[in-house]
Ligand binder design. Sequence first.
Ligand code: NDP
Length: 302
Amino acid sequence: MATILDGKAHADRMLEGVRQGVEARRARGLRAPGLAVVLVGDDPASHVYVRNKSAACARVGITSIEHRLAADTPQTDLDALIDRLNADPDVDGILVQLPLPKGLDSKRALHRISPAKDVDGFHPMNQGLLLEGLPGLRPCTPTACMSLLAHHGVDLKGLRAVVLGRSEIVGKPMALMLLEQHATVTIAHSRTKDLPAVCREADLLVAAVGRPGMVEGSWIKPGAVVVDVGINRVEDPGLAARIFACEPKKLEIFQSKGAVLCGDVRFGEAMQVASAVTPVPGGVGPLTIAGLLANTLQAANG
Ligand code: NDP
C-alpha cells in the first residue's frame, strides 16, 4: 500500500510559516501584507475559491481586499482597476480570479498586473525568470507540489519525471521546476503517442489534465510517486463505477450524493502500485492557497 501524501497537513505547515513571516514583519513595525482579489461575474466555483482564499488570509494575518465586478464589465474598466491596484502602496499582491466571463481577455488582464505584485506567477516576466532559474514569483500549484515533495524527502536528482499536461498554470512550470531540481523530465499531452507507456516510465508522475480517473493503475510504474493535480466532479454513474472500482468508500459517497470530486488518477488503483500518492480532495488543492499566501508574503517583503 502506498503512503498518502497529505496535502492538507502540509498546507497547514506552509500557512504556519506564512503566519510567522507576517508576525515577523509586524514585529519590525511593517504593515500586514495586502492581497487584492478581483472577481468578475458570478461563476459559483470562483466565489467559493475566493471565499476560501479570504479565510486563509485571515488565518495568517494577511489583509485581503475583494473587488467584485459585474460580468459585463468592459475590459477597459478591468484594466483601470488593475492599474489602480498596481499603483496602490498598500497592495502587495493582485489576483484576478479565473476564468473571466466571456468577452474578457484573461491574458491581457494577467499581463497588465505588475510583475512585482503577480502572486499567481502568471506574468511573462515571472515565467521568464522561472525559465532562467532566477528568483521571482512562481505559479502557486507547482511551487506547492515541489514543497510537498521536498517535505517528504523525494530526491528528484536523476529521477525520471513525467508531467501529464502542458498548461502555463501547472504543467509547464511544474516541468521547469523539476528540471531545475535535476529530474529528467518528459511533458506529455493530448497528442502524446502511447500515453500509458510514457507514464509507466515515470519514477514521479504528475497528472494535471482535468480528466477524471484517466490514469489507471496499470499506467503507473511500481514504486512511483504520484502527484495528482486534477480536480474533477464526477456525475456519471457509469464512469464512477469504472474509476472507483477499487474505492468502495468513494463509490458510496457518489451513490449517496449523486456526485463526487476526484483527481486525474484512479486513487484506489494507484494506492496498490505506487509508493506514495496525493489524494483528491486533500492533496494538491489545499496546497495551492498556501502557495498563494506564501507568494503574497514574498511580494510584500520585496
Ligand atoms: P488545462 O485544461 O489548461 O490543461 C490540461 C492539459 O491536459 C493540456 O496540456 C492538455 O493537452 C492535457 N490533456 C487534456 N486531455 C488529455 C488527454 N486525453 N490525454 C493527454 N493529455 C490531455 O488544465 P490546467 O492545467 O489548468 O488544470 C489541469 C487540472 O488541474 C484540472 O483538473 C484543474 O481543475 C486542476 N487544477 C488544480 C489545481 C489545484 O489547486 N489542485 C490548480 C490548477 C488546476 P493539450 O495541451 O494537448 O491540449
